[in-house]
Design a protein around this ligand. Structure first.
Ligand SMILES: Cc1cc2nc3c(=O)[nH]c(=O)nc-3n(C[C@H](O)[C@H](O)[C@H](O)COP(=O)(O)OP(=O)(O)OC[C@H]3O[C@@H](n4cnc5c(N)ncnc54)[C@H](O)[C@@H]3O)c2cc1C
Length: 468
């Protein structure tokens, strides 16, 4: 066993997990390291955030997924650094030697120089993020009801989603669905269907990477669901309980961030050139300059296709790159020359809400019910585990028929950042700020992003190389 090449894979997302599964048949010894014990199916995170599914239905333990591969060990570890000269991965508690390293640690949220916005406007990347969004959304309705019950009159609810990429669009559409249908008959002093849901996008259209026609259709479908779409609007400030859009101050009980991602900070630890979003500029075989046995794949890799367009930060890119790297390692072992990586774009899909979506497969464009159906089946097909596929299918069929959202649990604290409500003290109603507004110094416009799924910006161009 010890004489076999040691392959260390950092990250068990779409890219890392695919590499591990594809490489398992080779005479190699594999260690998969992830700081979480589970693989998350990120495309369905918004369903957890909007109480449609539970975390266990869209995530699975990495150890369980790889259980039948006896040459793969799984370690729960946070990787911190690398020593490429000594071929070592440095994690919190140990160092791991490798012959091949595959770095697939993905991406994280970017707040464009405003980390203080993060606690006020959570983004959606992990199960924890999804549960926090779910908590805030459900809590806002509860607090509004409590306010109404205290005799202070109805409390208008505003939810603001920043970023009109696929994540922002699916969040806004589903929030509208919850407010208009799922909660409609359950409250006594508020009318959830009157909740104002705003989607703010910096560029002139939502779903910026889709054709003009499909972007327009997506906007119309959102508006039909009751979402107010503001394109060409820049968010200049996020504060507790409000969002500044240009000079306009929009009160908001819940603010969600879908406007930007940055590459995992691990990319910069390799000491090779990265682009402005921190993605590693890989060679055509996905290895890094000067280290042919170190590969970077998925959201963390920056590579252009044949036409010079950067590959998008989507699951099929990560999956195909994972399969490719396994093949190149096999070729190395057989002393065959490597080939360049080519991405086969099979199309893109975005869901907007109930029976609403857009899809683009080459020249074929779909919108509405059929795009939504295609989205549904493709996502169920790619979910990990037969049990999860079955449960998700049943859950969706049920909520399609009944509008119910089965996972409406508020867990954790009952405080909502920015919530202001009257409290009875000494028989006098006084307004109490649950949290002080954050003073964000200068106004900065929402900027660029490396992920085609995020809104409010363009993809980072390839020329923006930042040498270390
Ligand atoms: C909300 C949302 C919805 C999406 N919807 C779609 C969709 O519908 N279709 C689509 O194609 N794509 C979608 N995407 C994009 C897609 O999920 C990503 O492109 C894909 O996950 C990238 O795969 P990856 O392997 O590069 O990274 P990830 O899948 O993000 O995996 C990275 C892994 O690395 C681990 N990790 C990170 N840092 C460390 C560290 N320091 N030490 C150890 N482990 C670490 C993480 O825990 C994680 O498991 C969506 C993304 C999001 C956030």
């Amino acid at each position: 066993m010890d004489s076999k090449p040691r392959v260390v894979i950092v990250g068990a997302g779409f890219g890392g997990l695919t590499t591990a599964r594809s490489i398992a048949g080779l005479p190699v010894q594999v260690t998969v390291v992830d700081r979480k014990n589970h693989h998350t199916f990120q495309p369905l995170l918004y369903q957890v955030a909007t109480a449609g599914l539970s975390p266990g239905e869209i995530a699975a333990p990495i150890r369980w997924i790889l259980r039948s591969r006896s040459n793969i060990e799984v370690l729960l570890e946070e990787v911190l650094d690398f020593n490429l000269d000594q071929k070592r991965v440095i994690s919190k508690d140990q160092t791991l030697d490798y012959d091949y390293l595959i770095l697939a640690s993905g991406a994280t949220h970017a707040y464009f120089g405003h980390p203080e916005w993060e606690p006020l406007a959570p983004g959606l990347k992990t199960i924890e993020d999804a549960l926090e969004i779910r908590r805030r959304v459900l809590l806002a309705f509860e607090l509004a009801e409590r306010h109404g019950a205290s005799g202070q009159g109805p409390m208008p609810l505003n939810f603001v989603v920043i970023g009109g990429g696929p994540t922002g669009v699916e969040l806004a559409g589903t929030l509208a669905e919850i407010a208009r249908h799922a909660l409609k008959h359950e409250f006594r002093t508020i009318r959830p269907e009157q909740t104002r849901i705003l989607l703010i996008e910096g560029s002139p259209k939502v779903l910026g990477t889709y054709s003009e026609e499909l972007s327009q259709k997506a906007k119309e479908q959102l508006e039909r669901l009751g979402v107010e779409v503001r394109t060409s609007h820049m968010v200049t400030r996020v504060e507790a309980g409000a969002v500044m859009v240009g000079e306009d101050r929009i009160p908001a009980q819940v603010v969600l961030w879908a406007a930007g991602v940055a590459a995992s900070p691990l990319g910069r630890r390799l000491g090779v050139p990265v682009d402005r979003a921190g993605r590693v500029l890989v060679r055509p075989d996905l290895s890094i300059p000067g280290h042919p046995r170190v590969f970077v794949i998925g959201d963390l890799a920056a590579l252009a296709d044949e036409s010079g367009k950067m590959l998008p930060g989507v699951a099929p890119v990560a999956i195909q790159q994972g399969e490719y790297v396994a093949k190149m390692i096999a070729r190395d072992l057989e002393r065959q020359p490597r080939r360049n990586f080519h991405y086969h774009d099979k199309g893109s899909l975005a869901t907007i809400g109930r029976a609403a979506g857009v899809a683009q497969f080459g020249k074929i464009k779909l919108s509405g019910y059929f795009a939504w159906l295609a989205w549904l089946f493709i996502h169920i097909f790619f979910l990990i585990g037969f049990r999860n596929r079955l449960i998700v299918m049943i859950q969706w069929a049920w909520s399609y028929l009944t509008y119910e959202r089965g996972a409406r649990l508020i867990t954790g604290s009952n405080d909502l950042p920015g919530w202001t409500e009257p409290r009875e003290t000494d028989n006098t109603a006084s307004r109490v700020d649950v949290r002080e507004p954050v003073d964000v110094s200068d106004a900065a416009s929402v900027g660029r992003t490396c992920d085609s799924r995020q809104g409010a910006g363009a993809t980072v161009d390839q020329s923006s190389v930042e040498p270390i």
